[in-house]
Design a protein around this ligand. Structure first.
Ligand SMILES: [Zn+2]
Length: 61
């Protein structure tokens, strides 16, 4: 599905999240094991991807 597997928001064309979506290469079993809220989602949106990488805090540049 073209949704973010963290927040469940649509990342389909026209959703506003299409451009910066990141494909999630894990299969659904892995996503469930990772306790994702929406394991049927094949993508992570930019916002959730940024929340995941909080080791690099702040803006790039
Ligand atoms: Zn998200």
């Amino acid at each position: 599905m073209e949704i973010c597997n963290h927040c469940g928001h649509s990342v389909a064309l026209g959703s506003g999240r299409f451009v910066n979506r990141i494909p999630d290469l894990n299969d659904m079993e892995t996503r469930i094991a990772n306790t994702l809220q929406y394991p049927s989602g094949d993508y992570v949106c930019e916002i959730c991807d940024n929340m995941d990488s909080d080791a690099e805090y702040g803006e790039v540049g």
